[in-house]
Design a protein. Structure first.
Lengths: 344, 394
């Protein structure tokens, strides 16, 4: 039986844009996570960063040190928060790391004004084809709109509600030509999560399972249905079949657009008119999106909710599910199951 | 420390690479990935459907001219539906990705993980220029320093510290270029002399053009798994890894309290972690060959010493005296190393592949006499900043 990994502490910050420099905010997030974990930086033996190519302007060794990593093991897994979490948990399970900081960030507010990611490529010619992430999202929205329950009015309500939650009602949804449900709400973000080996008996939120599934830029089946990807990821978790979501007390999703996110949640029974706060209490990732690391906030927020719930009840462990859909269409999908370890 | 002492992390099941060239005009990036990916699983004699994890090593994307290859480059690769992420730590990317693949196997989460990497260095007019755009996040300015200047500084200090001539410093590249003659995958396959090196153009004193690696395109893939699948083939196992993230500022590592930039002590820390896991106490005796990342000759000298393969003495003079040559007790870079070809993302995997091939006795014309069936591999990212060391055993 491999030793599991436990989330011991989290810290995060969002901004539109950050009032401070990115490196300052990253350090604040790391220090907040350490404080919550009860560990010191001297207890940490490994770092994993989720730091993309175009969102910070920081060199790779700089990324390690900005996060506080000097002299420790290091991995940078920029492709998604789910991949970063997988790398972190796997190292703990393999016995390579004991206490690890997973930290990701992105200064994506600038994408709201100008998104330079025009280099989406044709895999056969490896040349840009002029398709920006926005074009990909529009193609996906077109497909999803034909699906049951994906009415435009409900999606508009969903997008508005998520933006209000993500920004505590203080930030108005961005104005723009495209409907809110197909727009990405870019922001700046930094999230740090302290993970430790589960075998030391201290309370925490266990990463009880996770699984990633992926499609390349052009899915072989021509489908861009995030609900199908979520079902596949859930089925890929160790020895588990597809779940309808009833076993979870909280479910969070982070996708590039509200429509992709709502469709992903529909795989677990979500309908915007019956949402009682179980789905996306954080506001999700589409309206507070800072690149590939975005879902780290959903992981952190879910962990904190589960930890708070375990303190208030000693009878029933709470389970949470985080769905990370990263990429122009969310085609790198990771399902992460979290479970509070009950305080006796 | 990486891994649980005494427990193999993962078995190397299959490997593949393509000949390194300045340009590979007949391939797209996706073509290259597919070519080595399917060659690797064919080498292992497993089916594509048996691969349950895929990791892409890609760094940086600047030479490729296209961003975020994890969204399009993995199309159709074995294990693509179970993609585990892209690893991006500059020239340490693929050795770190190999480490992560072994972690997935050691954790029991995956049975067979494929690691792929490819580089097309001909998509930008000046690779040196592109890689020279180092950025300081605090001053928010470009740093007037690139990899060549950084390595030349190390070289000058090494020469002064050991009172060495430029001629002795050239011995390491002459050794490696001689090894590269026998390597069908090497980009530079002509032997050179000390005079050739000394007479080549000075890039930044004392660094000459022939002290440096060429601009390279290439690709490599390795399949790792939880158990060997070819009973008749020599099994090679990853038994330990060490990783060490050094400081960002070169200047901060040039002071008496921290001279890691000049003495390789950060790489030594990574090596110590790998040795602890693999149960190695006397690396000069317990290691039979090494493939170290050295895009400049000076990096090999510092790596030999940091890995404690030298038993005292400076590596430059030891190489002059015949140590670490292909017919010695402990050959270093029998492939010719990165000075015979250095595709940045793939170079770590290429180091592993050479070590595995030699340990199996499958290196053909370039086969060395492996006296101790254990190899060390290493990679360095950035300006001698982030370090990876791995141990492989037959």
């Amino acid at each position: 039986m491999r030793p599991g990994a436990v989330i011991a502490g989290c810290g995060w910050k969002l901004g539109r844009p950050f009032p401070d420099r990115l490196d300052v905010v990253i350090r604040q997030a790391v220090l907040a996570a350490l404080a919550e974990s009860g560990l010191s930086i001297d207890d940490i033996d490994s770092f994993v960063t989720v730091a993309g190519d175009t969102l910070d302007g920081i060199s790779v060794p700089g990324r390690a040190e900005v996060a506080g990593n000097y002299g420790r093991r290091y991995l940078n897994v920029p492709s998604s928060a789910g991949h970063g979490l997988g790398a972190a948990v796997t190292q703990i399970e393999a016995g390579e790391a004991k206490n690890l900081i997973l930290v990701g960030w992105g200064a994506a507010t600038k994408y709201g004004a100008f998104d330079p990611r025009r280099n989406q490529a044709d895999p056969f010619y490896a040349r840009p084809i002029g398709a920006s992430p926005r074009v990909v999202a529009a193609l996906q929205a077109n497909e999803i709109l034909d699906m049951p329950g994906m009415e435009k009015s409900a999606l508009q309500s969903y997008a508005d509600a998520m933006a209000q939650r993500a920004w505590d009602g203080t930030v108005a949804p961005e104005a723009g030509a495209a409907p809110a449900w197909v727009r990405t709400g870019f922001c700046d973000g930094a999230v740090a999560i302290v993970l430790r080996r589960a075998s030391d008996g201290k309370p925490g939120v266990a990463v009880s399972d996770f699984a990633s599934i992926s499609r390349a830029y052009s899915p072989e089946d021509d489908r861009l249905d995030t609900a199908e990807w979520v079902k596949e990821a859930l089925s890929a978790m160790s020895g588990r079949g597809y779940t309808d979501g009833t076993e979870f007390t909280v479910i969070e999703a982070a996708a590039p657009t509200p429509i992709a996110e709502a469709r992903a949640l529909s795989a677990l029974g979500f309908a915007s008119d019956t949402d009682q706060g179980k789905f996306n209490p954080s506001g999700g990732g589409a309206t507070a999106h800072f690149g590939q690391a975005t879902a780290l906030r959903q992981i952190a927020e879910t962990s904190r909710r589960l930890a708070a719930g375990s303190k208030s009840s000693s009878r029933r462990p709470s389970k949470g599910l985080v769905l990370d859909l990263t990429g122009p269409a969310g085609q790198h999908t990771t399902a992460i199951m979290l479970q509070a370890e009950t305080v006796q | 420390m990486t891994g649980i002492p005494g427990r193999p992390l993962a078995h190397v099941l299959g490997t593949a690479q393509v000949p390194m060239r300045t340009r590979l005009p007949d391939y797209t990036y996706a073509d290259l990935l597919g070519r080595v990916a399917y060659k690797a699983i064919a080498d292992a004699e497993v089916e594509a459907r048996d691969v349950d994890g895929l990791i892409l090593a890609m760094s940086p994307t600047t030479p490729l001219g296209l961003d975020e290859p994890q969204y399009w480059g993995i199309a159709g690769l074995p294990g693509a539906h179970r993609f585990l992420g892209r690893v991006h730590i500059l020239a340490a990317s693929s050795l770190a990705a190999f480490r992560l693949a072994c972690s997935y196997v050691a954790s029991g989460r995956k049975k067979r993980v494929l690691v792929v990497a490819a580089d097309l260095a001909d998509e930008v007019p000046s690779l040196t220029g592109a890689l020279g755009q180092l950025h300081d996040p605090f001053t928010d300015k470009q740093v007037v320093r690139n990899a060549i200047v950084s390595a030349a500084t190390q070289m000058a200090v090494y020469m002064a510290r050991h009172k060495l001539s430029e001629r002795i410093m050239a011995e390491v590249v002459v050794k490696n270029r001689g090894n590269g003659v026998l390597n069908e995958y090497a980009q530079l396959r002509q032997a050179i002399t000390l005079d050739d090196v000394l007479n080549s153009p000075v890039m930044t004193w004392p660094m000459k053009r022939l002290d440096s690696s060429p601009r390279s395109s290439g690709a490599a893939a390795i399949l790792v798994g939880d158990e060997p699948v070819q009973p008749s083939r020599t099994a090679v196992t990853a038994t330990g890894f060490g990783s060490y993230a050094g400081g960002r500022f070169v200047g901060s590592r040039m002071v008496p309290e921290d001279s890691a930039y000049f003495d390789g002590s950060d790489l030594a820390e990574a090596a110590n972690r790998a040795y602890a896991t693999a149960g190695i106490s006397d690396p000069a005796e317990q290691i039979g060959l090494a493939e170290v990342y050295a895009s400049f000759g000076i990096l090999e000298l510092l790596s030999i010493e940091a890995l404690r393969l030298n038993n005292g003495g400076n590596a430059a003079e030891l190489i002059r005296d015949g140590r670490f040559h292909r017919n010695s007790a402990l050959p270093v870079n029998p492939s010719g190393g990165a000075t015979c070809g250095s595709p940045i993302s793939s170079t770590g995997l290429i180091r592993v592949i050479e070590a595995v091939t030699q340990l199996r006795g499958e290196a053909g014309d370039r086969q060395i006499d492996v006296k101790t069936p254990r190899a060390a591999v290493s990679a360095i990212a950035g300006a001698f900043q982030t370090h990876e060391v791995g141990i492989l055993e037959a």
